[in-house]
Design a protein around this ligand. Structure first.
Ligand code: IMP
Ligand code: MG
Length: 175
């Protein structure tokens, strides 16, 4: 099946406005702390870049590339393709992700970071598709809750395309 852009689901301006609110909330919640904000590559790149600039905190910037596999949610089901640079022991970690879908990746990452001794771990996701959830996990900071539709743009891809678009779009099939 081939897909093409359908319509804008979330406008870029609206995304920026929401990110400012999320940044303000995180700034309040982490006042006096020096959290590690870890960008989950590659889907969270635009979101991460915009979010850290509205976090008024001495934040440590880091990245990770993972993929979850199988139906499990333990760190054993998490394939770390490129690991973080920081030692998370005793640190407050904010996982910045593009979307919480089934929740498997988020849960496996939280478990992995806790096993490594992080003091606290939260999930900050631009998008949330709660109707798709198969494990018990919630984003601590969520930009937008969306219906069960495949979306692209603003970091999210289909077949490695559309990540660089400024808006979030739905897709439609084409011949
Ligand atoms: P999980 O199912 O919550 O483990 O999500 C795994 C990953 O699937 C997300 O981080 C995204 O990279 C990808 N994903 C889930 N839903 C979508 C979507 O609608 N568009 C693009 N990527 C998605
Ligand atoms: Mg992802």
């Amino acid at each position: 099946m081939n897909y093409t852009l359908d319509k804008i689901l979330i406008n870029g301006e609206k995304i920026q406005q929401r990110i400012r609110e999320m940044g303000a909330q995180i700034t309040r919640d982490y006042a006096g702390k020096q959290p590690i904000a870890v960008c989950t590559l590659r889907g969270a790149i635009p979101f991460y870049a915009d979010l850290i600039r509205v976090m008024d905190l001495p934040v440590t910037v880091d990245t990770i590339t993972v993929s979850s596999y199988g139906s499990g949610t333990t760190s054993g089901n998490l394939k770390i393709i490129t690991d973080m640079r920081s030692d998370v022991k005793g640190r407050d970690v904010i996982i910045v992700d593009d979307i919480v879908d089934t929740g498997r990746t988020s849960l496996a990452m939280v478990n992995m970071l806790k096993e490594r001794g992080a003091r606290s771990v939260t999930i900050c996701a631009l998008l949330d598709k709660p109707s798709r959830r198969v494990v018990d996990i919630e984003g601590d900071y969520v930009g937008f809750t969306i219906p069960d539709e495949f979306v692209v743009g603003y970091g999210l891809d289909w077949d490695e395309k559309y990540r660089n678009l400024p808006h979030v779009y739905t897709l439609k099939s084409c011949e």
